[in-house]
Design a protein around this ligand. Structure first.
Ligand code: SF4
Length: 313
């Protein structure tokens, strides 16, 4: 078999327009764009994660690849110790072959799927990882777990490759997206990107005999304290522009990280009355498929990427 080089530099990184930031920097040079990442991927963790929706995690968990850095900078980010673009990437840059070696070890322990977490700034490298997995004869279910701040064209490039889209839809309030995540035009950009995911996958999901997802779209929304109208607006947008048949994962797990302890709204957890208001809108709009987190979820969703396994003590 002809030896191939999985680390060839994708052309799109030479004048990077992988994401809506459109920085146009050459990521193989010393110039850095908004996400401050280069050609080699920077990894926070590769681990079996059991905390996702039941159809994604199953009993064995999903092999998640947590990329560091992000093309959004949410001030409340719960994975903040890997997502800040101020952190150094020199320590953690990994070649595609080495990423796939680690993934294979976890697949050998029984995981059936591989998740790419925060992949928007690394979508060409994500395709390289997938290509290398296929080259080695591995065919896991591939899950694209994104913040929604993706170019529609990037999602078009993933058609026929990604099995499951797992995007956040964070904001319908444009100004809020700018203020909390430094993400101009978030509703328009995420609306188009998730619209493309919906075009590819529709509202139905496919499950295997073990009730694990093999194809489809699940839209996540984290309800933030004090911004209930935004959450209700996101749900309305999904119902009106896509379908109320879509699977929604509504999340109450927000907890304040050290960076927002002085923020007027984000310094506290969600109140049950706030969550109930969002749930009432969820019902009113006719959503009936998906998962609704319990209020106490904030007590156990506390990843620490300084540990070997960020989700297990
Ligand atoms: S991936 Fe990074 S460098 Fe490329 S356009 Fe987005 S933020 Fe800029």
């Amino acid at each position: 078999m002809k030896e191939k080089n999985p680390d060839i530099i994708p052309e799109v990184l030479r004048q990077c327009n992988c994401c809506p930031r459109n920085c146009r920097v050459d990521r193989s040079s010393d110039k850095l764009g908004y996400c401050k990442t280069k050609v080699k991927v920077s990894i926070g963790s590769i681990c079996a994660h059991r905390g996702e929706e039941p159809v994604i995690s199953g009993r064995q968990g999903i092999c998640n690849i947590f990329f560091t850095h992000c093309n959004m900078q949410c001030i409340y980010c719960q994975n903040y110790n890997i997502s800040r673009n101020t952190s150094s990437i020199t320590q953690s840059q990994v070649a595609i072959r080495d990423v796939v070696d680690q993934v294979e070890r976890i697949l050998d322990r029984g995981c059936k799927s591989v998740g790419f977490v925060s992949p928007s700034h690394y979508y060409p490298q994500t395709l390289q990882i997938i290509d290398e997995l296929h080259h080695r004869g591995r065919r896991p279910v591939l899950v694209y777990n994104t913040n929604g701040y993706d170019l529609k064209e990037a999602i078009e490039n993933l058609e026929g490759v990604i099995d499951v889209y797992l995007p956040d839809f964070k904001y319908i309030d444009e100004e809020l997206g700018r203020r909390l995540s430094d993400a101009p035009h978030y509703p328009e950009i995420a609306g188009a990107a998730i619209g493309e995911m919906f075009r590819q996958k529709g509202a139905d999901i496919k499950l295997d005999k073990d009730n694990l997802i093999t194809s489809g779209l699940i839209i996540r929304h984290l309800v933030l304290p004090g911004y209930i109208d935004n959450s209700k607006g996101v749900l309305r947008y999904i119902a009106e522009n896509y379908s109320s048949d879509i699977h929604i994962s509504l999340m109450s797990q927000y907890y304040p990280t050290p960076r927002v302890v002085l923020h007027s709204e984000l310094c506290r957890r969600l109140k049950p009355s706030e969550y109930d208001e969002v749930l009432a809108e969820f019902d009113r709009l006719g959503f009936y498929r998906g998962w609704v987190q319990q209020m106490e979820s904030a007590d156990y969703y506390r990843p620490d990427f300084a540990r070997d396994h960020p989700f297990e003590e």
